[in-house]
Design a protein around this ligand. Sequence first.
Ligand code: CA
Length: 310
Amino acid sequence: MNASRWKFLLAFLLATLVLPAQSWATGYTQTKYPIVLVHGLFGFDNIGPVEYFYNIPAALRSGGAQVYVSQVSAANSTEVRGEQLLVEIQQILAATGATKVNLIGHSHGGPTARYVASIRPDLVASVSTVGGVNKGSPVADMLLGIAPAGSLSRTVLGSITTGLAELISFLSGAPTLPQNAIAAATSLSTAGTLKFNAAHPQGVPTTACGQGASQVSGVYYFSWSGTQPATNIFDITDPFLVLTSLAFAGASNDGLVGSCSSHLGTVIRDNYGMNHLDEVNQTIGLVNIFETSPVTVFRQQANRLQGLGL
Ligand code: CA
């Protein structure tokens, strides 16, 4: 290990030791309505001890929030995932007696949450998307372009990625959820999101990179995202995100979603020093030590919702 790596390791260890000392006011994350976290493509609630929203549910609960982690199909269309999420929300409402939920969706979890807010706004207090694929991802476009409909490569790609989704689903204890990776990629493509947005326009900016309406049909809309594909030399997923970031031809992105595509409702920030996985504190907490912790950003959002009486 060279000197700069040692320096980085030292800084990392110091940050690990110092950050937990941060104190929070009692009830800082105590929202009126339960918070439901919605995972993205190839996501899960937890596999063994590893959570998709790594350490985030506990951090939100410690400040008083009621937190639920949804599990929808790891790979499927936004509509299929959205219908599954709606069922889960109805179960949460029945169990808690709450009348609404606050939805926070990462990646494909963003449009998934938006789907429910669009068809059942009466059940949703707010939708916050984190690295949300609100206006498509060129990575999905490229994938579908490399493997056009009807081709052998499309069949192979579909089988491999659907198989991966089935494996994730099996490992996370939900082997019966239907998986369809090509449907997922189609939903995440630029053309797919355009079609989705026409049917479910709530909170989507009408300009290329502006903000959207902060409130539609009584539902508040927020978004945040990162724009740094590589942030931590110890995270083995960083090189992968650097590679996929090339699909953006220079536009700001987090490795999988463009800064402008992530915009929804009130844009809290679209340029955190985070990549797509850092946004949910992955891989297992290996994030940018020079940026606000993603866990803190989630806590701040809960506090913001609390301030709005949500
Ligand atoms: Ca990371």
